[in-house]
Design a protein around this ligand. Structure first.
Ligand code: ADP
Ligand code: MG
Ligand code: ZN
Length: 321
């Protein structure tokens, strides 16, 4: 049996996480840092390189077998580049595969971050024993992926379907993609923060206190904490967000009828707070299709799903190569 470690990277719009992962999918070492994308791809890539060296050092290795990255899209898998000035400002055409290959001298795989998370969960997580796995990742954006019989579903020209841009309210806020009321413009972490910040301006709310009086410091985590402490405004925001989360999920569930929907990403760490409202929406739409049989579960790998799945994508390069 081959020994050595894989490196998995999960590049999000907020944070980058790197793990040294063995061929059984266990995370042996972990490091993460803010990506601060607007400081430019060079700064970001230097940071990623340092994190890779850090995890390799922890497990006492100089070289990994292969490296995999799951990156917030749009990406071009064929060219191995990130083309995402939207959630990674200034990252307009960054040939990450080539740059990492040059620096570390091993094969490098690139996947969309939601696909990577789904692959991780399907490999050693909550999707393990299921034929049809739908993954929904709610973080800086909303990413979705569908794994069928262990394989990622890919669209035309290998493109990644972007269900985060399904329109759930045509009168909703303008999304960076040009449409109004995209799912992610209504239910992602920044969408929650935006709504909270604008409402907190004219109402007294615990959220302002938790953010030490700084409106701009109100983020999704603050909203959740305030709601749990009984703040009425925060609870309204949670309820409204959960309604949109549920709407988007139900649209996908009706279209795919998966065995399981796996929920990941930073915002879904607070899933229990949203769950009752999400279930309500699903119940209201369960007439034409057996949605009540579809299980909703939290990512078993938690925040590590993307890293583990990126490592899985990397492992395919050494098996085939
Ligand atoms: P990305 O992969 O895009 O960098 P993450 O999946 O780490 O993003 O999610 C980041 C988002 O999740 C932020 O908007 C943050 O406020 C929110 N978040 C992080 N932790 C929590 C939490 N415990 N409860 C609610 N929201 C959270
Ligand atoms: Mg992410
Ligand atoms: Zn959009």
């Amino acid at each position: 049996m081959k020994t050595g470690v894989l490196v998995g990277i999960d590049l999000g719009g907020t944070n980058v996480r790197v793990g040294a992962v063995n061929l059984q999918g266990d995370v042996l070492a972990w490091a993460e840092a803010p990506i601060e994308a607007s400081r430019g791809p060079q700064v970001g890539l230097a940071r990623i390189g340092a994190l890779i060296e850090q995890v390799l050092g922890t497990v006492g290795m100089v070289m990994p077998l292969a490296i995999g990255m799951g990156a917030t899209g749009p990406i071009d898998r064929q060219r191995g580049s990130i083309q995402n000035p939207y959630t990674l400002p200034t990252w307009e055409d960054v040939p990450v595969v080539q740059l990492l290959q040059e620096r570390f001298g091993v094969p490098v795989a690139l996947e969309n971050d939601a696909d990577a998370a789904a692959l991780g969960e399907a490999w050693v997580g909550a999707g393990r024993d299921h034929e049809r796995v739908l993954m929904v990742t709610v973080g800086t954006g909303i990413g979705t992926a569908f794994v069928y019989r262990g394989e990622i579903y890919r669209g035309i020209e290998g493109a990644h379907p972007e269900a985060g841009h399904i329109v759930v309210d045509p009168r909703g806020p303008l999304c960076y993609c040009g449409a109004h009321g995209c799912w992610e413009s209504l239910a992602s972490g920044p969408a929650i923060a935006r709504r909270a910040q604008s409402l907190a301006r004219d109402t007294s709310t615990l959220m302002v206190e938790l953010a030490q009086g700084n409106l701009e410091a109100i983020d999704a985590r603050v909203v959740v904490a305030a709601a749990q402490a009984g703040d009425v405004l925060a609870q309204q925001i949670i309820e409204e967000t959960a309604f949109y989360l549920g709407l988007g999920m139900v649209n996908l569930m009706i279209a795919y009828l998966p065995d399981v929907v796996i929920l990941g990403g930073g915002v879904m760490r607070a899933y229990p707070v949203f769950a009752p409202y999400i279930h309500q929406v699903i119940q209201q739409h369960s007439v034409v299709a057996p949605l009540q049989s579809v299980r909703l579960v939290m990512a078993r790998l938690g925040g590590q799903a993307g890293v583990v799945g990126a490592a899985y994508a990397a492992s395919k390069l050494i098996v085939e190569g």
